[in-house]
Design a protein around this ligand. Structure first.
Ligand code: DGY
Length: 331
């Protein structure tokens, strides 16, 4: 790439061992404040850097990419999802984009499973009751939820995370159903005891709990539309640890308010730019567990993600195709 140390601009604070290693290897410009960069700051970064390391809270669009300086060759995203990056424009400008898949699948699946268990079993309502000091002891009818064992779980998106969820779900006695762009190999289906549905609509009508595990792409935007939510069984549950944009959040809010959907566990939201905006009506619903996009938030996972970023940068700088190059077919 160049003989001098690579100028790598990192837009947010990363785990300390990763920042230390980056400072050893590169001319790393770190963001000590951890404040999201403004559009002007991102513009300055992309003009000066050889490599930009953004996160999902940075919007890397056509307008920003038009400001790229002559040395900007790589956007090494810290995160698996890359829907905040205009990959096609980057490609046309000769800028490679990489991400960090794989290392966060198990952690995200754990959080997904926590919501699959926690929402139907009303854990958040139990916590609220305990904290209120209003719990007056056990009763036969108090806070009864919905049984998990034997229920049908539908997984929308059976990539690494979806499959990790399926393995966990199987151990909890859930019947696993899935819809995916491509059907899994028979041996994988057999291992997971998973039933494939070519038609999402037909699967939705038959499941008790839906887990969203697909990426946000133009094809999956509002895939869970108002019409599809209405296809779901009365009293079904929805868990989303993928991207908020896959669900029409207003339609979901209405379905929760009416009781058609019995509860939802949401770790992601439709409006998640640098400063996210969570629908206030969702915040008021008792049958909803909202988490601040923390599916991959383990110390180990966040370090692994940073290691992947470093590996992608170094491989690219050595003149090779980085292991996690994002290709348009993935979109
Ligand atoms: C990702 O990497 O895209 C995740 O959403 C971060 O948790």
């Amino acid at each position: 790439m160049t003989d001098r140390k690579l100028r790598v601009v990192v837009t947010r604070r990363l785990p300390e061992p990763i920042e230390t290693r980056m400072s050893e290897l590169f001319d790393a410009r770190l963001n000590d404040s951890d404040e999201p960069m403004s559009a002007a700051e991102l513009g300055a970064a992309i003009r000066e850097a050889d490599v930009l390391v953004p996160t999902l809270s940075d919007h890397i669009d056509q307008k920003l990419l038009a400001q790229a300086g002559p040395d900007m060759r790589l956007i090494a995203n810290y995160g698996a999802g890359f829907d905040h990056i205009d990959v096609e424009t980057a490609r046309r400008r000769g800028i490679t984009v990489t991400n960090t898949p794989g290392v966060l699948a198990e952690d995200t699946a754990d959080m997904c499973m926590a919501l699959i268990l926690g929402v139907p079993r009303r854990i958040s309502e139990g916590l609220t009751l305990m904290r209120s000091g209003e719990w007056h002891g056990w009763t036969p009818t108090g806070l009864t939820g919905s049984r998990i064992w034997g229920k049908r779980l539908g997984i929308l998106g059976m990539g690494r995370i979806g499959q990790a969820v399926a393995r966990r779900a199987k151990a909890f006695g859930l019947q696993v159903h899935y819809h995916n762009r491509r059907r899994l190999h028979q041996t994988v289906e057999r291992d997971l005891d998973a039933t494939y549905w070519d038609s999402l609509d037909q699967m939705l009508a038959r499941i008790d709990i839906l887990s969203i595990n697909c990426p946000h792409t133009p094809a999956t935007y509002h895939l869970l539309s108002s019409r599809r939510l209405q296809l779901m069984k009365q009293g079904a549950y929805i868990v989303n640890t993928a991207r908020g944009e896959v669900i029409d959040e207003n339609a979901l809010t209405r379905a929760l308010e009416s009781g058609h959907i019995a509860g939802a566990g949401l770790d992601v939201f439709e409006m998640e730019p640098a400063v996210p905006a969570v629908n206030p009506r969702l915040l008021e619903l008792p049958n909803v567990v909202l988490l601040p996009h923390m599916g991959s938030a383990t110390t180990e996972g966040r370090i692994d993600m940073g290691e992947k970023v470093i590996m992608n940068i170094r491989t690219f700088a050595d003149g090779h195709t980085p292991p996690d190059k994002v290709v348009p077919a993935m979109m």
